[in-house]
Unconditional design. Structure first.
Length: 76
C-alpha cells in the first residue's frame, strides 16, 4: 500500500492525496482523500471514480477534472 501525491491543490487550504494498493495478487485499487494543508489532517474521501490513480486533476479553485469512461474530460 502506498500514498501518492496527485499533483495539486483543490483550493488554498486543501491538497489531494491518493491511497493506492497494487498487490502481488494483481488487485489494484485507489481512493482520493482531501488533506488540510495547514494541519496535515485527512479531512475526507472524495467519492469520485477515476480511470487511474492520477486521473484527477485539481484546479486550485475547489474544482477538479476527471476523465469519463468515454474519454470526455469533466469538471466537477
Amino acid at each position: 500500500m502506498s500514498i501518492e501525491w496527485s499533483g495539486g491543490y483543490l483550493d488554498d487550504n486543501t491538497a489531494i492525496a491518493v491511497l493506492s494498493r497494487e498487490g502481488t495478487d494483481e488487485e489494484v485499487w485507489w481512493r482520493h482523500y482531501t488533506v488540510d494543508t495547514r494541519t496535515g489532517a485527512v479531512t475526507g474521501q472524495l467519492n469520485v471514480i477515476t480511470m487511474d490513480p492520477n486521473d484527477l486533476k485539481p484546479l486550485g479553485d475547489g474544482t477538479y477534472l476527471v476523465t469519463d469512461a468515454d474519454g470526455t474530460l469533466r469538471r466537477l
